[in-house]
Design a protein around this ligand. Structure first.
Ligand code: HEC
Ligand code: HEC
Length: 341
C-alpha cells in the first residue's frame, strides 16, 4: 500500500514538474513572439485576445500596408491615403487619389482604435476588419486590383515568400494569410496618449479654462453620439449631411428610414484629419460647429439634434471656441510617430 502511494506521489511530482516546465516554456515562447494586446486602462475592455498576433506578422502587415506594388498601377499603397503622421488620414484632400486618375468616393478616414469598432466605413457596411483590406485592394477607386492578382504578385517575390514563411512556417501566400497579417498590423493602430487621455486618467490635469469648459460643453451636447473614451457610440445617425449622391446607410439599404445615416466618427486626432464629414465638405472645425448650430428641420434628422423643438445644437460663439480648444486636446503625438520606423 505504502509503496503504491509513494509511486503515485512520484508520478504526481513528475507530472507537476513537467507541467511547470511546459508552462515556463510556453511563457518564454509567448514573450518571444506574441504581441500583447494594447488595452488602454481608460478604454472599454476588449474581449479576450484570440488573434495571437506576432511581432513578425505585424511587421509583415506594415510592410504590405506601405507597398504600392499591391495596386494595379503599382503607384498607390494603403499609406498613400492613410498617412501615419496624420493619424492615417489624408489631410486637406477631399477625395484621395487612387489608382490611375480616379479618386475615392468618400473622404479618407483616420485609422485608429479599430479593434473597438463594431463596423467599418461611413455606412457601416463591413463587419470585419479584413473586409476593409479586400475592399481597398479591389475597389476601382482605390487600388483597382484583385486579390488573385495581388496573391500572384506576392507569390513571385522571393522576399515576401521568405517573410510569410517566417510568420506561418511555410511560404504559401494565401488570401487568409494576407488578411491575417494586415489585420494584425491594423490592430496595432491604437491611439490613447492625447492630453485628453492624461486628463481622463488623472495623470496630468493641466487643462486651460477654455479646454475644460469645452470638455463640459462637449459632454453635455455631443455625447448622445460621440460618446465615451472612443468618442463614438458606433451608431449610424442622421446628422443632416446626406446628399443626393450619398445617403450613407440609406444608399446601401434603400430604406427610407436609413437615409442620411452615417457612422458616428471618433473625434480623436480630429485637428489633423481635415477636411470633415463623409464627403470632406468642411475644411475647419469652426465650419463643422456652424453646421450643427445651423441645422434645418428635415425628415429623419436625429432627435438629439433639436434643442427645445428647434433643429440645431444651441452654441454661442464663445462655446464654439471652447469646444474647438477641447477637440484640439484629442491629438496624440506618440501615435503620429508610431509608423515612422
Ligand atoms: C485611394 C485612397 C485609399 C487607399 C489607397 C486605401 N484606402 Fe482605406 N479608405 C479610404 C476611404 C475613402 C475610406 C472610407 C470608405 C467608406 O467609408 O466608404 C477608407 C476606409 C478604410 C477603413 C475603414 C476605417 C473605419 O474606421 O471605418 C480601413 C480599415 C481601411 N480603409 C484600410 C485600408 C487598407 C488596409 C488599405 C490598403 C490595402 C487601404 N485602406 C487603402 C481610402 C483609401
Ligand atoms: C446625432 C448624433 C450626433 C451629435 C449629437 C453630434 N454629432 Fe458630430 N457627427 C455625427 C455624425 C453621424 C457624423 C458624420 C457625418 C458624416 O460623415 O457625414 C459626425 C461628424 C462630426 C465631425 C467630423 C468628423 C470627421 O472625422 O469628419 C465632428 C468634428 C463632429 N461631428 C463634432 C461634433 C461636436 C463637437 C458635437 C457637439 C457639439 C457633435 N459632433 C454632435 C453625429 C453627431
Amino acid at each position: 500500500m505504502a509503496g503504491q502511494q509513494k509511486g503515485k506521489l512520484i508520478i504526481l511530482v513528475l507530472l507537476l514538474t513537467s507541467f511547470g516546465i511546459l508552462t515556463v516554456g510556453f511563457m518564454f515562447s509567448a514573450s518571444d513572439s506574441k504581441m500583447a494586446v494594447n488595452q488602454p486602462v481608460n478604454f472599454p475592455v476588449l474581449p479576450p485576445d484570440t488573434t495571437m498576433a506576432t511581432l513578425k506578422g505585424i511587421s509583415l502587415g506594415r510592410t504590405l500596408f506601405k507597398d504600392p506594388g499591391l495596386s494595379a498601377d503599382r503607384k498607390v499603397s494603403c499609406s498613400s491615403c492613410h498617412q501615419n503622421e496624420n493619424a492615417y488620414s489624408d489631410p486637406g484632400i477631399t477625395f484621395s487619389r487612387g489608382n490611375g486618375t480616379v479618386h475615392a468616393a468618400r473622404n479618407t478616414p483616420a485609422l485608429m482604435n479599430l479593434q473597438w469598432k463594431k463596423s467599418y466605413f461611413a455606412d457601416g457596411r463591413a463587419g470585419h476588419l479584413s473586409q476593409t483590406v479586400v475592399n481597398a485592394i479591389q475597389s476601382p477607386v482605390e487600388m483597382a486590383s484583385s486579390i488573385s492578382i495581388v496573391l500572384a504578385r506576392l507569390n513571385q517575390s522571393a522576399s515576401y515568400k521568405k517573410q510569410f514563411k517566417k510568420v506561418f512556417g511555410t511560404e504559401d501566400i494565401t488570401e487568409e494569410r494576407l488578411k491575417r497579417v494586415f489585420t494584425e498590423y491594423l490592430n496595432t493602430l491604437v491611439t490613447s496618449n492625447s492630453r485628453y487621455d492624461t486628463y481622463s486618467r488623472k495623470e496630468n490635469l493641466s487643462y486651460s479654462d477654455d479646454e475644460h469648459r469645452g470638455m463640459l460643453i462637449f459632454k453635455e451636447k455631443c455625447t448622445p453620439c460621440h460618446n465615451g473614451e472612443l468618442f463614438t457610440d458606433e451608431s449610424l445617425r442622421n446628422a443632416g449631411t446626406g446628399t443626393a449622391a450619398d445617403q450613407g446607410l440609406g444608399t446601401l439599404t434603400g430604406k427610407p428610414d436609413d437615409m442620411g445615416k452615417f457612422k458616428v466618427p471618433s473625434l480623436r486626432n480630429i485637428a489633423l484629419t481635415t477636411p470633415y464629414m463623409h464627403d470632406g465638405r468642411f475644411a475647419t472645425l469652426q465650419q463643422v460647429l456652424d453646421h450643427y448650430t445651423g441645422l434645418k428641420n428635415e425628415k429623419g434628422l436625429d432627435s438629439t439634434l433639436y434643442s427645445n423643438g428647434t433643429a440645431g445644437i444651441a452654441l454661442s460663439s464663445t462655446e464654439k471656441k471652447q469646444l474647438i480648444a477641447f477637440m484640439n486636446t484629442l491629438t496624440d503625438p506618440i501615435f503620429l510617430k508610431q509608423g515612422n520606423y
